[in-house]
Design a binder for this molecule. Structure first.
Ligand code: SF4
Length: 459
């Protein structure tokens, strides 16, 4: 068992028994579920929209090389500067070079999972550059020194009282502030940052090949402020975010909003197609885009390439019984929940992270709720199969399954001995694993064959 796997089990065990944590997460997910029902009402044929979205993503992934080149050509034509980054380190270095060139000491960041993936805040801090999160949830998490808990709602595990306490502790705010007061205080603190920062950093929800545009979707307006004031803008986006055309947004914007937060459309949807033009009054004078691979082409080669269709709506996390019990931090990865368990082994280290593919009941609820119909639970199985092919499961597990297979294929072996004897053996073998949190395994007093013969004898 790897260190990562042991750490996951310990954290998951603690959270699964933390009733207060469960209460807060359940409260927030219940509210999400109520909103999603309302969001879906905008569709006459939701299934058709989901199928169309999946087809578009399929087309992109089958021709990713062509769309990337088309995107590059259109983006640079409008004055954007594109940097290809194969790894997280290359992306970090590229951003650092820009920061040094601009003599930047403060950057403002809008919400972006990909910058979490490359550890950007920590990296910039190591180089004496302050990086301030401007999304309220991310701001709360940064104040608390915690990574995001969820890919859409970073502070989902905190109650309003927790947030008020945090503001008192870290910012000297009066105790027991209401959510409105908390938001006002965050807003005032952040407003000062936008005008001081030399660089604004964003992620990107979609990249549009035909217009060379970066789409940023948000509810607070902080991404617009982060890109309107600082003279330099940097977007960091994974290569899988491509869409062929601006016209595809009519499907993807409402789907992302509905499945992400239950809205019909997210409040602010911006498309950046390069720096400010001569006749424009605002926006950055320079725009860089870091296009990140960081293991994505590795995903593309594998049978789980469909996971590249993900639009990071977070719906599968909210639907997952495992996520709801152990929460986002137990995973110890940037992308948590079912989709995180599928992709993380390929984005990082397969051997170190494949244990996450076992953190699933395989109920299929994740697949059911995915707006782009990714077959998530099947992919978790594929990862498990790949782990077996690479002989990664422990010797005890392999022996256990071989014994089970032998018994299932040879009925006579299974029927050997009596039930109390077999119970003793099985209960001893599984006392620290299966039976640690479940009832004991018990054999039926009579074997199936014996029972069958008895029943037939009656007729
Ligand atoms: S896999 Fe599907 S449900 Fe999960 S975050 Fe991605 S798009 Fe949303």
């Amino acid at each position: 068992m790897t260190q990562q796997s042991k750490s996951f089990l310990v954290k998951a065990d603690i959270k699964a028994h933390d009733l207060e944590h469960k209460r807060k997460v359940a409260f927030n997910i219940d509210r999400y579920n109520e909103s999603v029902i309302k969001g879906k009402h905008q569709y006459v044929n939701l299934d058709l929209a989901r199928k169309k979205a999946k087809n578009i993503k399929w087309k992109v992934m089958e021709h990713l090389d062509q769309y990337l080149i088309q995107f590059e050509s259109n983006f640079t034509k409008n004055g954007g500067k594109l940097i290809w980054a194969e790894t997280a380190e290359e992306a970090q270095q590229a951003i650092l070079e820009i920061c040094r060139e601009k003599k930047a000491q403060l950057v403002v960041k809008s919400k972006s999972m990909v910058t979490e993936e490359i550890g950007l805040n920590e990296f910039l801090e190591e180089h004496d550059i302050e990086s301030v999160e401007t999304d309220l949830g991310e701001y709360i998490q940064q104040l608390d020194g915690e990574p995001p808990y969820h890919i859409v709602t970073p502070a989902m595990h905190k109650s309003k009282e927790d947030v008020a306490r945090l503001f008192t502790e870290k910012l000297g705010a009066p105790p027991d502030m209401t959510p409105k007061e908390v938001t006002k205080m965050a807003r005032e603190n952040l407003r000062a940052m936008y005008t001081k920062a030399e660089i604004g950093i964003t992620g990107g929800n979609f990249l549009l090949a035909d217009v060379g545009g970066v789409c940023v979707t948000e509810n607070e307006g902080n991404a617009r402020l982060s890109t309107a004031f600082p003279p330099t803008m940097i977007s960091v986006v994974g290569i899988e975010k491509l869409l062929p055309s601006i016209y595809d947004l009519y499907i993807f914007w409402p789907l992302l909003a509905t499945y992400g937060t239950g809205q019909q459309l997210t409040v602010y949807n911006s498309i950046f197609t390069g720096p400010r033009k001569e006749d424009e009054t605002d926006g950055p004078t320079e725009m860089y885009l870091i296009l990140l691979d960081n293991g994505r082409t590795n995903l593309l080669q594998k049978s789980v390439r469909e996971s590249m269709y993900c639009i990071r709506c977070g719906s599968c996390l909210n639907a997952c019984p495992v996520y709801k019990n152990i929460g986002g931090h137990a995973y110890g990865t940037t992308y948590s929940g079912p989709i995180g368990s599928v992709i993380t082994p390929y984005l990082t280290d397969f051997k170190e992270q494949v244990h996450l593919s076992y953190a699933s009941s395989l109920c299929g609820n994740c697949t059911e709720v995915c707006p782009v119909k990714i077959n998530i639970h099947e992919m978790l199985l594929e990862n498990r199969q790949r782990a077996v092919e690479q002989e990664l499961p422990t010797a005890a597990e392999r022996i256990g399954w071989s014994t089970w297979e032998l018994g299932m294929l040879h009925r006579r072996l299974l029927n050997l001995g009596n039930a109390p004897m077999k119970n003793k053996v099985v209960q001893f073998l599984f006392k620290d694993t299966w039976s640690a949190n479940r009832g004991e395994l018990d054999f039926a007093p009579t074997t199936f064959n014996k029972w069958w013969r008895q029943e037939r004898g009656k007729n």
